[in-house]
Design a protein around this ligand. Sequence first.
Ligand code: SF4
Ligand code: SF4
Length: 100
Amino acid sequence: MPHVITRHCVGTCDTVCAQVCPVECIHGPIAHATLRSVPAAERGVRFPGVQLYIDPDECIDCGCCVQECPVSAIHMDCDVPLELRDDIEANARFFGRRRR
Ligand code: SF4
Ligand code: SF4
């Protein structure tokens, strides 16, 4: 029952969650250092549609990332709001995993 990053990460994508993850299972299509090098106000324009994802096979469900997210984009998969349920599959797909 891994945690999931929803589409609400898009436009903020500040990588704070990745910095606190003890197993380094949060990644995205753009390197964390690159994302952090761009001012927050410009990140959404420079990287449209970009978000981070959680590897469902590596997440140990510690929950450390949840409270760090400034836009409340992270949920345990069983608690992902109905309108965002597709994002569970999107997280698994990014890593070439099957949804658990
Ligand atoms: S719940 Fe813990 S292990 Fe899973 S992504 Fe968040 S910080 Fe990493
Ligand atoms: S802390 Fe939230 S907004 Fe920032 S990268 Fe992680 S999920 Fe995205």
